[in-house]
Design a protein. Sequence first.
Lengths: 408, 41
Amino acid sequence: MIAKSISKTVSTALVFLLLNMVSPVLAQEDNSTGPAAAIDRSATGGAQTLEDVLARQANAKVDSSFRSQNDGSDAVGAVTTNQLGTLGGASDPQLWRALRYGSADITLSTRTPESLEIIQDTGMTWLAFRAGPLREYGGSALLGVTALLVLFYLVRGRIMIDSGLSGQKITRFKAVERFGHWLMAGAFVILGLTGLLQLFGRVALIPLIGHEFYASYATIGKWIHNNFAWPFMIGLVWITVCWIAHNIPNRDDLKWLMVGGGLFTKGVHPPARKFNAGQKLIFWAVVVLGLSISVSGLSLLFPYKLELFASSFAHINSLGLPWLLGVDPLPEQLTHHAEMQLAQVWHTIIAFVFMAIALAHIYIGSVGMQGAFAAMGEGEVDENWAKEHHSIWYTDVTGKPADHHPNE
Amino acid sequence: MKTMYLAFIAIVVLSFAAQFTLGQMGQTTATAAAGPSVRLD
């Protein structure tokens, strides 16, 4: 079903694709594409028939009301005036169905709403997705980006300062800017590593280090992941405040994009202000993805306190997006556990996209370009680097012309 | 590079501060997952 949802939506919109991919409820038996089939259940006394099973296998609509309503309650149970009243007449299957469909009259010592969901059958769909496509596609994306960067390095080599080092330095980033950057970036790297090890630990680490050591690591890793989230979020707000004004798109960005920023051609240096179009794309990706991963992370940090998906789905439905895309409306009724499962899956998908972008950013800011790391490491860059990569900014700051731009 | 190292130290300090603050607010896993009826104290 997940693959089917992917095939439905991949050609339309990424956001909607993700929502469909991660929605366990869409993978339930009631999610189907074919018309409802009226099935005669008289032969089974109202219970499931072979036709039900076949219809489910064929992804046709299956009316499950014969199960959800057959829960031994007063409405469908034995007549209370009979010797065996409703309670005495309820079978075990009826009781289990009542638990599954949330109609059982039960009392628990922990009286929170989510604890009453004793059976939550979307959990297995979530588990299968987490252990399958989420690991496979996410891991492949990171490996693919890494391979592309290695290939780029082999073909293009390190991007050097064409006119060589001048020996003259110019301040690129103030300490307050660098602090915010490293606060977020440092936390992000640790969050990424601990997140990956939590996701892949069972298949990648346990065979190497054993269950006992992994259990200790997982406990520490979870603590780190939960608590490093706070400096990450502070850093995100910090850099957003510092740099948002410099990242408003302008027409210079088009010139920069038209020549691919000169990344693929030696000697090409399109003009740029403090941030070029590539850096602006990174900035806005970080802001949007960082906000999304922070909100979904908060939902996971405070379970059942910040449930986002049912209301988001309702909003998407109200905008008519499913209708435009020709798919079924998104579910607007979700169990508390399904909300957490969706938050976990969404958090992880966003994290993979974020990490893939961050890999490219880290590459170009370190081994990929001569003199780039100094900008954020020491706050100063060589003047020739500034002239070649940020000529407009160089002129604004120094008042001197930058004369290294054949494409300007 | 001093700024970078300072930020890394701040990450650790903020993490412990977050843990402590949330603990003081009763937002630890232990307290969040327990109700009065199942506590033994």
